[in-house]
Structures are given as structure tokens and as C-alpha cells.
Write a protein that binds this ligand. Sequence first.
Ligand code: GCO
Ligand code: MG
Length: 402
Amino acid sequence: MKITSARVIVTSPGRNFVTLKIETDQGISGIGDATLNGREMAVVSYLEDHLVPLLLGRDPHRIEDIWQLLYRGAYWRRGPVTMSAISAVDMALWDIKGKVAGLPVYQLLGGASRDGVLVYGHANGPDIDETIDEVGRYIELGYRAIRVQSGIPGVKGAYGVGRGQMYYEPADSALPTETRWDTAAYLNFAPKLFEKVRETHGFDIELLHDVHHRLTPIEAAKLGKSLEQFRLFWMEDCTPVENPQAFRLVRKHTVTPLAVGEIFNSVHDCRELIENQLIDYIRATVVHAGGITGLKQISSLAALYQVRTGCHGATDLSPVCMAAALNFDLWVPNFGIQEYMRHTEETNEVFPHSYSFADGYLHPGDSPGLGVEIDEDLAAKYPYEPRQLPVARLADGTMWNW
Ligand code: GCO
Ligand code: MG
């Protein structure tokens, strides 16, 4: 079997997605997600200019060898652009292998370890009352785990508050939108938010919260401690992770479980946090951390330390990534939870898929391969729209972490 073509498809059915399609001499093709939010075209160029010529003529069954070729062969290892491109190739090759075998990819990985994939949805609102109503709506929809974010009085454009229903898309303009951040206001507000959510909705539901890199280690420790009584499933990205040792301080002061890693690209980024048991959930994704092959490396390391997976699944991860993630999640022994932010109808039409939601769980379905396709004619109707992620500044204008 030989790869005869590899094409990059850029489409924007509500938001931008980059998809790689690999075709073979036996008429079987596979697709992979290569979307890097706000930096999409860098990955398009990496694929078209550097990887596609390397793929032509190769045997698509040699997934591991091709992964090693692209990883070692670049010389310039790792980084989000390189690893998103490698991820797309890896996903497309797993898709092809599954289609040849006539099996969903989770069967090739070792079969299902569970009946369904526990997911968390996003409840958010401009203030506490509306956020609490949203939590109620998610409970009615059957969710068992819900991420809660709310507008904060006095903070313009607080992280995580959506404009639409059922999804939240922060990349909203061609040049970054400027938002404000106020740590003191947030630290006063967050415990009140969770107190009210628990008062209204009780303790049977799992609650999650994303701090989105906004705090210093000691502030993160303080927040974790003040939220302990509300029994969070996790507190995510409580402080930036360039220095993994910062998490020692957070850990020393709180038993609120910690999740980190949505911006990680390889097992090397995860290693220090995992080996020192500084986190409880690793958030690395199929699309940014080297595909299914990359995630297998990460989850195997994590399993040694009882760290569980909690893959990123915001709307900038396309249905192709979601399908790959769900096949991985159904198999991976040390699964924790999967993020699930619903895509727009337009996106779902461009990417018809076999995964489905019921009673708080997703299942990848049993279509051979990843269980997702791209409707190229429809995709062509939604041209690329330049969009970047926002930035954040403190009240005095100091640049902060968005
Ligand atoms: C999450 C994430 C996202 C990111 C987004 C950036 O936990 O879902 O933090 O909302 O901000 O994916 O592109
Ligand atoms: Mg996050």
C-alpha cells in the first residue's frame, strides 16, 4: 500500500479548521486535524512545504516509523507547529489502518476499557445567577461533569464567558482583542461562585474550573485552598507551567486536584509534572501532542504515577480531533475525563461523524477508522477567516497571561 497524495483543507464553518487528507493507491483515505488556534497558516505551510513531499510513496501502515521520521527527521524537534503537523499525519494514518482492518481505531489500540467516555461540558454566564442557570441546563441535558466559568464584576472580558449557546470561541478577531485582568477581584469572586453553585445544585455533580494561567503560584495555592470545601473535580492551569517546579508550592497548600497540559506538545513537556506527582490530570491532546502515537507515550508515563488523562476538547479542536480523542479515551487504561464543547451545526455538517452523546458520556461509534469524514464541497464554501486569540492586561496596562 502506498500514499499517493496528501492535501491540506482549510475551512471556516463558524471557526477555522485545518485538515490533512491522505490518499492511497488502494482508494482508502484518512484524515487528521492540524488546527492550531490563531496560528493556523503556519501549520498549513509546515505540512504543504515540508511534510507532504516526504509522505508520497510511503507505506501508510508504518505509523510508528513515519512518526519517528517526522519527529527525528525535522532536527528542530517539538514545538506546537511541528507537533500539530505530525499529529495530523498520525491521525490520518490511524484512520487508514482502521479502514483497512474494517475496525474502529479503539479496537486496534487494545479494545474498549469502558462503556463510554465521561465528558464535561461548559456552563458559563455573564454573572453568578445566569451561570447557575446554565449549570442547571447542563444537568438537564444529562451531563455529569460541568466546567463553571462566570463574568467577574469589574473585569472586562473575563476568561471563559461565551457569546453563543453551548460553545465558547475566544478567537474572535483578526487582531487580538484586549481584555482586562484583576487577580484580587477574581480571588474574592471565585469561592462565592462555587458556594452558590453547590448551594443550588448540590454535591452529586462534578464541577471543574479553568484558571487559564492567570495566577502566580502562591495565589493559585490560595485559590485551591479556598475551593477545597466545594470538592472540585479539578482546578486547571492555575499558574503558567514554563517552570514545572512552581506546582510544588501549589501542591504543598491544597488538595484540590490539578490539571495541566492543553498547550503541551510532547511527553517531555509533561515529564517533570508527572514524575513528581505535581498534577492529577494531564490535558495533552491528540492534535497538539503528536497524535494518537504521542498520546500513547504520555498516557503510559502518566499511568506509572496514577495521573489520569483529561484531554483538551474546546471548539478549536475539530470533530476529527474529537473522533480520534474518543477512540483513544475508550481504550486508555488511565482515563480520567474528556472535555466536550459542542461544535456549531455548520461544523458538524462539514465533518459528519459517528460519535454520539448520551447520559453524560460520549461514544466514538463503530465505524471503521476514526469515524469521521470531511465533506470537501461543503468545506470549500467556508473560506479561511484570519482570527487570533485575545490578550490580557492588568488595570495599569501591564501585559498579563491570557
Ligand atoms: C479549555 C481551553 C480553551 C482554550 C482554547 C484556546 O480548557 O477549553 O483553555 O478554552 O482557551 O482552546 O485556543
Ligand atoms: Mg483550559
